[in-house]
Write a protein of this length. Sequence first.
Length: 139
Amino acid sequence: MNKKTVVVLGTLTILILGLYVASPFVQKALVYPHDDTLSLFVIQNQDLNDHEVVVEVFDSHNKSLLKETYLLYPKTSVAHPRPFRFKIDRWSEYTFKVTLDDEITETYTTKTHLLSLVSIILDYGGDVNSINIECVFLE
């Protein structure tokens, strides 16, 4: 191949890779043009009691990337902003470990995407507190 062909192929390769990496940002801008702070996760306390919630996020090598503690009052919610790492990496799986009042622990593994978030719902069913975790795609 001559030098001109190599340059054209290299430029096209870089352009295609750049578009692939930028596509979630473009998609987010088209769907949510006024929202710069899509959350990584949201915790909703649907219970009538206060709860302490610890959320820890691990990468696929079980390395802790984030650990936050929240005190949620009855019928309130809190959202955690999406760190930059989670904006650009949509290929890796992350494990969310949620501990409620130092008693109940649930884990949930998912891939992150700019148009999704992890929903954590605290609920009281009779005498038992529960944690429901799921990935929610925004519409």
